[in-house]
Design a protein around this ligand. Structure first.
Ligand SMILES: Cc1cc2nc3c(=O)[nH]c(=O)nc-3n(C[C@H](O)[C@H](O)[C@H](O)COP(=O)(O)OP(=O)(O)OC[C@H]3O[C@@H](n4cnc5c(N)ncnc54)[C@H](O)[C@@H]3O)c2cc1C
Length: 486
């Protein structure tokens, strides 16, 4: 029987509400859809209609994959689980005493969703280390739209350089700064260089795409610091061979439309002029972590993650679980495996509770980490095994094929990789301006109604942000110095 709509009252079956259909929420919904279909109804609430495979966002940004290949509709993924209902809703808060989730579809509907058990897996967002004003010029990469925006900037920069008359303008369009040398920054920087040197070769008349400078800037000692010295060293060498300029020990203290300001380890200051800046530096837990902490009395850590009990439930609320990137337990990293295993653990704990069994503590099985650096080159750290180069890439390949959702997407991704890595082609190079004003083929009068602002309203957004910062400062004291950024 299909579970009742969120607006209806609870029935006799145990009702589980899952917030977020990402790496944590989707496996939980699937497990309850298979193993608990007789006794449980599930409502999965997500503000997006898709499950996103974030580790491959950089390939969407650089034209290798389409967004549809890494973003699968949640209701399609869960179509066979008749006891699971998917609703497009933004969750805004919780009433843990009344056991309801507050949700809305902004401007359309507000509702309360009742639960017997609740799993919250809302992930994390980009952190600018107290300097949200950097975001005006340096977008991050967390969503499908972020990847499209970066694609617009990467490919658009080559177009602008091609038609620039002034050599200085051209130089600025042909300089890209990537802030943050973790896996996302390393993968992006390597891909932009490969794009320029392989895919775009011979397509322009005024510029040589391979002359693009890509600078990877980070406050740490070396790229991919979490992979250990040996693999970090290999990563640095491979990046340099690709033509990426490494600026390690360099903390970004300012970002504007014309570039970034950097404090160096020796105390000196550097200005890097660039028209394209990408923020791949910090993360911050979903605001729902704070909302849950306030509702339950739990604490949050520096990144805003909620501290959970050993079984991933909230203190005093054994029926409420926080999993994945938004929770903090035993210094577990914010990676997909922690979220997936956490989702399965929470779902199993709910099944055990229904059968009158006590919860078990969550034990994480570390399956290792991988990151690509370039064509057929990756680093992989699996238990004691440290692999780099082609062997590392093979591990990367099998891990990504295994975890990508849907047979069609796996096959499609393999064909695209073959085309881009053996050949030079990238099939997804179109750039869209929909979110910056739009290119809809509408009659002018209709366009004026639908898209009245040809460009993002930066001035009013900036004023609103400055006002918000003033209020925040008055309440909490001054923001941390910009030097906290990497
Ligand atoms: C660019 C990038 C590359 C990465 N690469 C790797 C990698 O190579 N390997 C690795 O292990 N990990 C990687 N990660 C991290 C990995 O993606 C995360 O650890 C994982 O997604 C966490 O799962 P989660 O379920 O906690 O959150 P998510 O997967 O982010 O899911 C959160 C879900 O909650 C929904 N949501 C959020 N707020 C609300 C709300 N208020 N109401 C309703 N729904 C909401 C979102 O729409 C989303 O669907 C990468 C992350 C990024 C951004």
């Amino acid at each position: 029987m299909a579970p009742a709509s969120s607006v209806s009252q609870k029935g006799t079956r145990h009702r589980v509400v899952i917030v977020g259909g990402g790496f944590g929420g989707l496996p939980a919904a699937r497990l309850l859809g298979v193993k608990a279909k007789k006794e449980v109804d599930v409502v999965l609430l997500d503000r997006r209609n898709h499950h996103l495979f974030q580790p491959l966002l950089y390939q969407v940004a650089t034209g290798m994959l389409s967004s549809g290949q890494i973003a699968v509709p949640l209701r399609h993924s869960l179509r066979r689980h008749k006891n699971v209902r998917v609703e497009l809703m933004t969750v805004t808060g919780f009433d843990l005493d009344r056991k309801v989730v507050h949700a809305e579809l902004p401007g359309i509907k507000k509702t309360e969703v009742p639960y017997d058990s609740l799993i919250v897996a809302a992930g994390c967002g980009q952190s600018y280390f107290g300097h949200d004003e950097f975001a005006f010029y340096a977008p991050g990469m967390k969503t499908v739209d972020d990847a499209h925006e970066l694609r617009r900037r990467f490919f658009g920069a080559f177009e602008m350089a091609e038609i620039a008359d002034d050599p200085e303008e051209r130089r600025l369009w042909l300089t890209t700064v990537v802030v943050g040398a973790g896996p996302t920054g390393v993968e992006l920087a390597g891909q932009v260089r490969e794009l320029a040197t392989r895919c775009l070769k011979g397509e322009f008349r005024s510029i040589e795409p391979s002359s693009i400078r890509v600078l990877l800037v980070d406050g740490g000692k070396e790229p991919l610091a979490n992979f250990g010295d040996r693999l970090s060293g290999k990563t640095a060498t491979t990046l340099e061979r690709l033509g990426v300029e490494l600026h390690m020990g360099a903390r970004v203290v300012g970002v504007d439309a014309l570039g970034v300001d950097v404090d160096l380890a020796d105390g000196s200051h550097e200005r890097i002029d660039a028209y394209t800046v990408v923020w791949a530096a910090g993360v911050e837990a979903s605001p729902l972590a704070k909302a849950l902490a306030e509702a339950s009395g739990a604490t949050t850590d520096r990144s805003g993650r909620i501290e959970v009990s050993p079984d991933l439930s909230l203190p005093g609320h054994p029926e409420v679980f926080a999993i994945g990137d938004m929770m903090s337990l035993n210094n577990l990293p914010g990676v997909a495996e922690v979220a997936m295993q956490g989702g399965l653990h929470a779902a199993n704990t709910i099944r055990r509770a229904i059968n009158g069994e006590p919860p078990n503590p969550f034990t994480y099985r570390d399956l290792g980490s991988v990151a690509t650096i370039g064509r057929f080159k990756a680093v992989a750290s699996v238990r004691r095994l440290r692999l780099s180069g082609f062997l590392g890439w093979l591990v990367w390949f099998f891990v990504h094929i295994a975890f990508l959702t849907g047979f069609g997407n796996r096959l499609g991704a393999m064909i695209r990789w073959l085309r881009a890595m053996v050949g030079r082609g990238r099939g997804e190079r179109e750039i869209s301006t929909a979110h910056t004003g739009g290119d809809l083929s509408l009659p002018e009068a209709v366009r004026a109604e639908v898209q009245p602002n040809p460009y993002p309203r930066i001035a009013s957004a900036r004023a609103a942000m400055e006002e918000a910062q003033k209020v925040k400062r008055a309440a909490t004291g001054p923001a941390p110095p910009a030097g906290d950024a990497p």
